[in-house]
Ligand binder design. Structure first.
Ligand code: ADP
Ligand code: MG
Length: 575
């Protein structure tokens, strides 16, 4: 592995370790330059975009290298995920930000293909640069790129291979293509199997509802101890499961459980509503104790009357209440996270109530089995066979916090790709096969155009071919020979010939199982085309006054905003 050091969080411009290309990520206009025009503006923008692509270029493909990111506070992150890198580095240059947004859009929509999209954008700009030098007008280039992108999307659709969404091996191939390089050989296979098992467990009518998947990091054990379990796993770490009095204990296992969800604390409220109580006389003290008992008993009676076997409470539960509930054989879980409560509601059909006093049997939900299980160093409540939706949890084990974070990220990536593959059934051969085919087609297509735009269409093809070139280069293969070889094989009729970079040879991508969802490639082509044409059209960069209207989308994303679709629950579902 080759490590490249990239400064992070504001250190980009200061650090001595970073390459000179980082300098180009600085804004083109600043205190000293107020305006850049014509070629100067284009140059500044293009170099910034290229600089960004240079950073992620060597990570492309299963043989890509890792990057070590060092934050200003000394945290180290080692990753070879393009999106992960671009997320973390500080970018000041506006053009570089536009390209970084390409990555973000790509990551948001498909969770894969980020590096591809960024490299393609940069290659399109590199080609545009040469065309501008030749005297082509930016509008002509943009028009040519549009024609090329349209054509490319058409061809991608046409070349799609249909997969059987129940074919476990094929699904594993697709996930494998996403994660090879991110995780070493057998580890990648392990994660691929875990991801496929997960989505297959909740697949319903060939659709995957990501909300039915819970990921839970569990301390203790090794990476290979990670497992998929049937049901919704709720972390009991912040809930005390022991009961003070020795004669009582919470049930470990409840069949046909009735579930209640309470969005409140089960504690006593002092008479005056304040935290401390002062007594002047023993009678006052006794009166308070009586009041306490009465409230506790009322709480427990309400819960028992509602028929609940398990209560999940968002806040804390007082010891005496826990004791009384245990005596009634009712399991209570305190400090359940809001997102877990929401999931429990969706899964069991329970409505959560604001205070215990409001709880009735109509608010409760059902689960076939609720079980307390100790896994690793952690205790979990597993809520399985839920009445309203099938739930599955992935328990991720082992590793340091940072490995865990990266694992979650990769896993998310896998789950999204599988969702795409299962729901659309459309995949394409990877390993540069599609890019070579598109390039060949675009070159031919350009010949028939007979206008200046044809140069831009050809250039679009060349830009696409830069991807297999980089894949080969990163794998230590000779990029020129590899490209010629792939072109030759495709010319001979094997249109799915591509780079089998793990074996360092040219092979058939269907046979090797290097397959990617169509949507990933479509998205990469579209976002790269959009960003590149936008930057090509810019010929003037002017320093402007700060934009004060930045709160535009605030409301939409505010997790406290109530959303009607969620039955009044805050719209914040954590995966
Ligand atoms: P991105 O961020 O664009 O997804 P990756 O580093 O994941 O970047 O690399 C994706 C590229 O690697 C795709 O073009 C894919 O086809 C290719 N690829 C993945 N696995 C293989 C493989 N085993 N052989 C050849 N190419 C592969
Ligand atoms: Mg990828």
């Amino acid at each position: 592995m080759r490590y490249v050091f990239v400064g992070c969080h504001h250190v980009l411009r200061n650090t001595s370790m970073v390459g000179s290309n980082i300098q180009q990520l600085r804004p083109a206009v600043n205190e000293t330059t107020e305006r850049l025009q014509g070629r100067d503006a284009q140059d500044a923008n293009f170099s910034a975009a290229k600089a960004l692509a240079e950073i992620v270029r060597t990570t492309l493909g299963p043989r890509g290298s890792d990057k070590m990111l060092i934050t200003t506070d000394g945290k180290v992150v080692v990753t070879n995920d393009g999106a992960s890198i671009l997320d973390r580095i500080a970018i000041e240059h506006p053009a570089a930000s536009i390209v970084a947004e390409v990555a973000e859009t790509q990551a948001d929509s498909t969770k894969d293909g980020t590096t591809t999209a960024v490299i393609l954008t940069s290659e399109l700009l590199r080609a545009a640069d040469a065309l501008l030098e030749q005297g082509l007008h930016p509008t002509t280039i943009a028009d040519g790129y549009r024609l090329a992108a349209e054509r490319a999307l058409e061809i991608l659709q046409k070349e799609t291979i249909e997969i059987d969404p129940h074919d476990t091996n094929r699904l594993q191939d697709v996930v494998h293509t996403v994660i090879t390089g991110k995780w070493e050989g057998t580890d990648a296979q392990f994660l691929a199997e875990l991801a496929v098992e997960t989505v297959q467990a909740i697949e319903h009518d060939e659709t995957i509802d990501r909300r039915n998947i819970t990921r839970q990091a569990v301390a203790g054990g090794g990476y290979r101890d990670s497992e998929v379990i049937d049901g919704l796993a709720i972390d009991l770490e912040s809930s005390s499961t022991s009961v003070v009095a020795p004669e009582t204990e919470f049930p470990r296992q409840i069949e046909d459980a009735t579930i209640a969800l309470v969005d409140d604390q089960l504690t006593i409220e002092t008479v005056d509503g304040l935290g401390t109580v002062n007594f002047d006389t023993p009678e006052q003290r006794q009166a308070f104790l009586d009041y306490e008992d009465e409230v506790y008993e009322r709480y427990v009676a309400t819960i028992a009357d509602a028929g609940a076997d398990v209560v999940f409470c968002q806040k804390s539960i007082d010891d005496p209440i826990r004791y009384l509930l245990a005596r009634e054989d009712i399991l209570c879980v305190e400090r359940t996270r809001k997102d877990e409560l929401i999931k429990l509601g969706r899964a069991t059909g329970a409505q959560y109530v604001g205070t215990v006093d409001q709880l009735t049997s109509t608010d409760t939900g059902q689960a076939g089995l609720v079980e307390r299980r100790s896994i690793g160093n952690q205790e979990l409540a597993i809520v399985a066979d839920c009445s309203d939706s099938k739930q599955v949890s992935i328990l991720l084990r082992g590793g340091t916090k940072h490995i865990n974070e990266e694992m979650k990220r990769v896993l998310d990536n896998c789950l999204n790709i599988l969702k795409l593959a299962i729901e659309t059934r459309e995949v394409l051969p990877g390993g540069g096969a599609v890019e070579v085919m598109l390039a060949e087609d675009l070159r031919k297509h350009a010949e028939g155009i007979g206008k200046r735009e044809q140069l831009a269409i050809e250039a679009f093809g060349d830009a696409l071919e830069a991807l297999p070139r980089m894949l080969a280069q990163n794998a230590g293969m000779d990029p020129i020979d590899a490209l010629i070889d792939v072109r030759h094989r495709q010319h001979e009729g094997n249109v799915t010939a591509g780079l089998d970079v793990l074996n360092g040879e040219i092979g058939d991508m269907i046979a090797t199982g290097v397959l990617e969802p169509l949507a990933v490639k479509q998205r990469a082509v579209t976002t790269a085309y959009e960003a590149a044409t936008m930057l090509v059209r810019i010929d003037d960069i002017i320093a402007a006054a700060p934009d004060t209207d930045t709160d535009e989308h605030h409301e939409e994303h505010d997790s406290n905003t109530l959303h009607t679709d969620t039955g009044g629950y805050p719209w914040s579902i954590g995966h």
